[in-house]
Design a protein around this ligand. Sequence first.
Ligand SMILES: CC(C)(COP(=O)(O)OP(=O)(O)OC[C@H]1O[C@@H](n2cnc3c(N)ncnc32)[C@H](O)[C@@H]1OP(=O)(O)O)[C@@H](O)C(=O)NCCC(=O)NCCSC(=O)C[C@](C)(O)C(=O)O
Ligand SMILES: [Mg+2]
Length: 349
Amino acid sequence: MKLPRRFFQPLAAGAPEPFRELPVKLERMIHFVPPHNEKVRAKVGDLAATVDVVLGNLEDAVPADQKEAARKGFIAMGKEVDFAKTGTGLWTRINALNSPWILDDLFEVVGEIGSKLDVIMVPKVEGPWDIHYIDQLLAQLEARHKVEKPILVHAILETAEGVANVDAIASASPRMHGMSLGPADLAASRSMKTTRVGGGHPEYRVIADAKGEEARVSAQQDLWHYTIAKMVDACAANGIKAFYGPFGDFSDAAACEVQFRNAFLMGCAGAWTLHPSQVAIAKKVFAPDPDEVNFAARIVEAMPDGTGAVMLDGKMQDDATWKQAKVIVDLARLVADKDPELAKVYKLP
Ligand SMILES: CC(C)(COP(=O)(O)OP(=O)(O)OC[C@H]1O[C@@H](n2cnc3c(N)ncnc32)[C@H](O)[C@@H]1OP(=O)(O)O)[C@@H](O)C(=O)NCCC(=O)NCCSC(=O)C[C@](C)(O)C(=O)O
Ligand SMILES: [Mg+2]
């Protein structure tokens, strides 16, 4: 293990100092764009103003014979679009560490648009060693290309080994931005019996005890509850952010909304959007409910220094509920800064 005092030192001479704290950013959705698709790429300039993060995907979902085209397309997109103008994050998902494309992905992307890139998403992370490898290589590339702001790393939790090592991954480097659930690869890795990308399964349920001839109530359960809870704890404990990941059934907006909301309530900051129709769902879900914001603002107002106990609407409030309220009010302020309509509804002082 590295000595604590060396944790925040740059890993290459000339590389930027790692961040001590994550930059504060609203990241309700990480919008996936297939950069080899010229038609979609042409629309990214307009799309950027409507989402919090644009991610050019280079990994799965890009055919093997289109990997070069996707990389070149992403670099062109990064050069053409002014993401900073709308405060939109620019991310990429690189190919896996054991793939033939990873080195060119990193060398070309950082070399060409390293200074515009906020986050690199790394798939199939198995343990802290994967993060250490990327960390060192990125520092060398940042130094070579005079990138002044550290490029952050976001891990996808999508193998059984990755889940087993989730805490060590979250604390592997000051470069860690956060983590997303990768339900498709994770299901395969665990031998789960589902062909869905995220979401529940009609056969995964509980059933009430038998009572004579009475019909037995039964309800679908959430296949991902355990993993999301584990990921949220690992991320929160290390001051980084947790994300739901993808929901593959674009035709079922209601199920997508419920999965996203469960993740939001459990502590996730956002989710992936794979299709334009999912952007509105993420915007709706990953902003706190106005009634909740108003109540939280009243708690903060009633306890100016955050200590003591007061009653509000028959409910006890104390130091802990003040902290809960602060989470909601702080997020509402971040959302209000970006969304004038919600700012009016939230009416925060
Ligand atoms: C599935 C696809 C091919 C269907 O694309 P389509 O064109 O057939 O769909 P459509 O409904 O006909 O599209 C309507 C319009 O939206 C456009 N459009 C459609 N999608 C997008 C988009 N993302 N961004 C911007 N625009 C988009 C599309 O071009 C079209 O525009 P038009 O009306 O002008 O003709 C397309 O939506 C797509 O490529 N989405 C991204 C897929 C992707 O990145 N998958 C990988 C992430 S999930 C994953 O990897 C798993 C994980 C984590 O690793 C693990 O769990 O293990
Ligand atoms: Mg995957």
